[in-house]
Design a protein around this ligand. Structure first.
Ligand SMILES: Nc1ncnc2c1ncn2[C@@H]1O[C@H](COP(=O)(O)OP(=O)(O)O)[C@@H](O)[C@H]1O
Ligand SMILES: [Mg+2]
Length: 251
């Protein structure tokens, strides 16, 4: 076992409000790690700080042994960490295929390689091929030419996963990937996550719907009021009295 991502005493203030209060988590390579917790407990903020969208107030984020705390979002993305959002954010006027094509950096756009027309065309072909493979894997290839605003909530979540897969990521961080998705499709999404784990991608997932999510995950952290209050297996976390209290007590 090796740790791919770690936070050390991560603290985030918004003004005077303490939202992350010394968060320590470890994500094992090739695992699906789940973060649960009531609304407002700091889960999305944790993702935003890890991925560089918000600066940490103090503490560290370590990825593959390297301190990435002060890096910018695109630098973190270039290291192989991609994220999906609680509300999917595709470009709605673009088709499903186009949304995948723009998710991938165009390495051919460097000044030198842009001069090499043949190389450029080959790169474009490869990109489209890869996009179709991703769409087939997610079983939304029949939607390739649809404008994204026509997709259902569940299909949009799959498109988000597809966009993440275009970059050959090491770690995918997902904010509520099955929120508002019908149960059958929610199971499909998490089954795909497990298939991808078996192909070597690590997942950190924030999710509310424990009834569906729990059986697909390897390790769980429970948060409340910006702190980790329990961690471990499903049994250890769900039966933890503190966790039961914040869930039943509504936080
Ligand atoms: N950009 C922001 N500015 C100020 N406060 C914020 C911001 N984002 C989140 N918060 C506050 O931080 C707390 C945690 O929010 P969030 O991380 O979204 O929780 P969760 O994802 O667990 O529901 C909430 O009280 C929220 O109002
Ligand atoms: Mg959230």
């Amino acid at each position: 076992m090796s740790v791919i991502l770690e936070t050390r005493n991560l603290v985030k203030f918004f003004g005077d409000v303490l939202v992350l209060d010394g968060v320590n988590i470890k994500v094992e390579r090739n695992s699906v790690t789940l973060i649960i917790g009531p609304n407002g407990s700091g889960k999305s903020t944790l993702i935003n700080v890890i991925t560089g969208f918000y600066p940490a107030t103090s503490g560290q984020v370590i990825f593959e042994g390297r301190d990435i705390t002060r890096m910018l979002p695109y630098q973190i993305y270039d290291l192989g960490i991609v994220r999906t959002f609680q509300t999917p954010q595709p470009l709605k006027k673009l088709t499903v295929l186009e949304n995948l094509l723009i998710a991938r950096k165009h390495v051919g756009e460097g000044v030198i390689s842009a001069l090499n027309y043949k190389k450029w065309m080959e790169f474009e072909e490869e990109l489209v091929e890869r996009a179709f493979k991703v769409l087939e894997f997610l079983k939304i290839d029949h939607l390739w030419h649809e404008e994204s605003y026509k997709l259902s909530g569940g299909q949009l979540k799959l498109l988000e996963v597809g966009r993440a897969l275009m970059t050959e990521p090491k770690l995918i961080i997902m904010d509520e990937p099955i929120a508002g998705v019908a149960p059958a499709l929610a199971h499909d999404i998490l089954k795909k996550v497990n298939e991808l784990k078996n192909r070597g991608i690590t997942f950190l997932i924030v999710e509310h719907r424990l009834d569906i999510a729990l059986k697909y995950v390897d390790y769980i952290y429970a948060m409340a009021s910006g702190k980790v209050i329990a961690e471990g297996s499903e049994e250890e976390v769900i039966n933890n009295p503190h966790v039961v209290e914040v869930y039943i007590g509504g936080g």
